[in-house]
Design a protein around this ligand. Structure first.
Ligand code: ZN
Length: 290
């Protein structure tokens, strides 16, 4: 999937999910604070793919134009992003996909290339729907078990292709066997250790390694934070202290200094997909209750 030089140093795709603050509030105040991040992304030419909720796109929220102006690819992250509607890997999320796709088509005049399901809850029916709508890839799978939602721990941990229908899947990479490469965990580890783990994995797997994050991992809003359960509040507060935007900048610098290639998921996803291992959608049927 990569040239020899790239394969030896590893390829990492940075992605962001753009959604209500902390993924569960009704506010988006954090999105008013992201200008320093986008200025840095544009100036440093960092390839990033953002999965944005259909609701933000339909509301004509300025974040969409701000992302595009910074050179960030904009794809779809469901529509409402309401936790009560996430369900499990056995459910269809057709409303979320169809409403989000309609909002995107209305704004951009075309179907998005990529999809990421809210909370990573994707089902066989969803993959079939995405393929029938003309999506070019999915990046929803976290190859771990999340009780009550999904168990993708026996699925491939790195990029593969669903068959019948044919759709490339770009799972979020793993930092440790049960810990995905999400910025919530990366913030807790700190940029030095996280960059070392990501670099080592990216060099080993010979396919792109996907990192996932949110703006609430980079910036904070104290009013929204106060509405969260106390455990989550502590997690995010600690993450801001050890990571946040400065930590993410340091992570990117360390990866680049180590020779890791940062690549846009969109470009990667639409190249050489024939070389990816295949997984039948029937694999969903053999999953135990999550
Ligand atoms: Zn989300």
């Amino acid at each position: 999937m990569k040239s020899g030089a790239e394969a030896s140093s590893g390829v990492v795709c940075l992605t962001l999910d753009v959604e209500p603050d902390y993924g569960r509030t009704t506010t988006t105040k954090i999105l008013d604070r992201i200008s320093p991040f986008l200025d840095w992304v544009a100036a440093s030419r960092i390839p990033i793919t953002a999965f944005v909720t259909g609701q933000l796109i339909a509301q004509r929220h300025p974040v969409v134009d701000q992302l595009l102006a910074a050179g960030v690819s904009v794809e779809l992250h469901g529509h409402d992003h309401r936790a009560e509607g996430f369900g499990t890997l056995c459910d269809s999320h057709a409303d979320e996909i169809n409403c989000g796709t309609d909002a995107y088509v209305d704004r951009f005049g075309r179907v998005p290339a990529g999809y990421r399901a809210p909370a990573g809850v994707i089902s066989a029916a969803d993959i079939q729907l995405l393929a029938s709508l003309g999506y070019q890839y999915d990046s929803s799978v976290f190859p771990v078990r999340r009780k009550g939602r999904y168990d993708f721990s026996r699925f491939p941990r790195y990029p593969f292709r669903w068959t019948e229908p044919d759709l490339p899947e770009f799972p979020v990479g793993l930092l440790f066997p049960r810990i995905p490469a999400g910025l919530s965990f990366i913030n807790l580890l700190g940029p030095t250790l996280a960059a070392a783990l990501i670099r080592r994995a990216a060099q080993r797997i010979r396919v792109p390694y996907v990192v996932d994050g949110h703006f609430h991992n980079l910036f904070a809003d104290s009013a929204a934070l106060a509405t969260l359960p106390i455990g989550l509040r502590g997690l995010y507060a600690m993450g801001q202290w050890s990571g946040g935007f400065p930590g993410f900048r340091s992570l990117v610098d360390r990866l680049r200094q180590a020779g890791v290639k940062l690549a846009g998921l969109h470009e990667i996803a639409t190249q050489n997909k024939a070389t990816l291992p295949v997984v039948s959608l029937a694999a969903f049927e053999s999953q135990a209750a999550p």
